[in-house]
Design a protein around this ligand. Structure first.
Ligand code: NDP
Ligand code: MG
Length: 381
């Protein structure tokens, strides 16, 4: 099928980034204008030679120098650092920017891309968690679309096609697999190692989001992400072990619309790139004969209490969601290095959220200051 679209992929070497490029490989009409990595220049070089973007960014300065030498025989411009990432985000020609970097590093380039009138295929949920009020306002002012890549939010977005008045939404059911430790009590989680937390039952994702899925921090971030995308705080999390129903919308007439499919990120990525068109997808259809039941239950927010903290952050607003996210980024880093216990992750988030006074309607500077404060608290624990 013919399809023409120019995109940039920030975080092209990651889990979402490589799957995005696989779609571009399938649909040759999808051209790549810019790409970025943090340090994996071996893969970024291969990607640059295959897709020939105008510009690539490596945020790690030394690695950027190495890549510049490697790509000297091509016309690809190599830039570096945060400034370089902002430059890649606004590269001319791209109609849509896929934000697939990890963490709060996604916020600034997303803001820059919106100001340059690019649509955003948003994977980086931390952008909306920390700066949702700014990003959504800028998107409206610049008349660009924020198209969700996160599977749950894509499911909600798909379920909302045909709904022209957001006041018709009564409730959003955000589904969660429950992660590898579903059914466990706090005591069972004391000695969890990074290797155990990295084994996700249904999804194959980057390390940070996989750890976050096991603690339900990821679901907490997604609740806040959903608030900004869909303009409601009526959001309920349902544990759905099979990861077949990707999320649902309940309307004021009690009707519920859900989106179902195999657990496969390619569909939400592709839909964000091709919306409102749907293109064929190879393999991985949902096989109903493999499921004798689809189950739903309430999350255990006593054991996985980071989810409760996320709801507090949602309610309090201001910089609280940034504190929640920044503390988690630092805590996951320490946990991966074996310097913090598994249960220490939610304790660190709690500590950071209660130690810093809230700031209403924070500016980008306030957000980065809060992020820094949260990290400092956690690294000093
Ligand atoms: P990965 O860890 O697989 O990839 C992250 C990408 O960002 C890589 O290209 C990495 O480069 C780059 N990167 C890492 N650190 C920085 C930094 N400080 N500054 C700039 N770039 C950086 O992550 P995922 O693809 O799993 O996730 C990306 C985003 O998408 C996250 O926000 C996640 O929550 C979200 N998401 C992911 C899903 C998934 O299925 N993976 C599902 C839904 C949402 P390098 O390779 O050089 O390290
Ligand atoms: Mg998700």
């Amino acid at each position: 099928m013919e399809f023409e679209h120019k995109i940039s992929v920030l975080g092209s070497t990651g889990s979402i980034g490589t799957q995005t490029l696989a779609i571009a490989r399938e649909y040759r009409g999808i051209g790549i204008e810019a790409m970025s990595a943090n340090s994996n220049i071996e893969l970024l070089e291969k990607q640059a030679r295959e897709f020939r973007p105008q510009i690539v960014c490596v945020t790690n300065e030394n690695k950027a120098k190495d890549l510049k030498i490697k790509l000297a025989d091509t016309a690809v411009k190599v830039v570096s650092g945060k400034k370089g990432l902002n430059e890649a985000a606004v590269a001319g020609g791209a109609e849509t920017v896929v934000t697939a970097v990890v963490g709060i590093s996604g916020l600034e380039p997303t803001i820059e891309a919106i100001k340059a009138k690019k649509n955003i295929a948003l994977a980086n949920k931390e952008t909306l968690v920390t700066g949702g009020h700014i990003v959504m306002r800028l998107a409206r002012e610049n008349e660009v679309q924020i198209l969700p890549v996160d599977s749950e939010h894509s499911a909600i977005f798909q379920s909302l096609q045909g709904c022209s008045d957001r006041r018709e939404i009564k409730n959003i059911f955000l589904t969660a697999s429950g992660g590898p430790f579903f059914g466990k009590q706090r005591d069972d989680l004391k000695n969890i190692t990074p290797a155990e937390a990295l084994k996700h039952p249904n999804w194959n994702m980057g390390a940070k989001v996989t750890i976050d899925s096991s603690t339900l921090v990821n679901k907490g971030l997604e609740v806040i992400e959903a608030k900004w995308l869909f303009g409601t705080e009526n959001i309920k999390v349902l544990i759905h072990r099979q990861s077949v129903v990707h999320s649902m919308v309940e309307f004021v007439d009690n009707g519920i619309i859900a989106q179902l499919g195999a657990p496969d990120m390619r569909l939400p990525i592709q839909y964000a790139l091709t919306y409102p068109i749907r293109l064929p997808m190879k393999n991985n259809r949902l096989d109903f004969s493999k499921y004798s039941a689809l189950t739903f239950e309430e999350p255990d927010v006593d054991t996985f209490y980071a989810l409760r903290l996320a709801y507090n952050a949602l309610k309090e607003g201001g910089i609280k969601p940034t504190l929640f996210n920044g503390a988690d980024e630092a805590a996951v880093d320490l946990f991966m290095q074996g310097k913090l216990s598994y249960l220490g992750i939610s304790e660190a988030i709690d500590k950071a959220m209660t130690s810093v006074k809230n700031v209403e309607n924070p500016s980008v500077e306030d957000i980065f200051a809060a992020d820094k404060a949260a990290r400092e608290i956690v690294y000093n624990l």
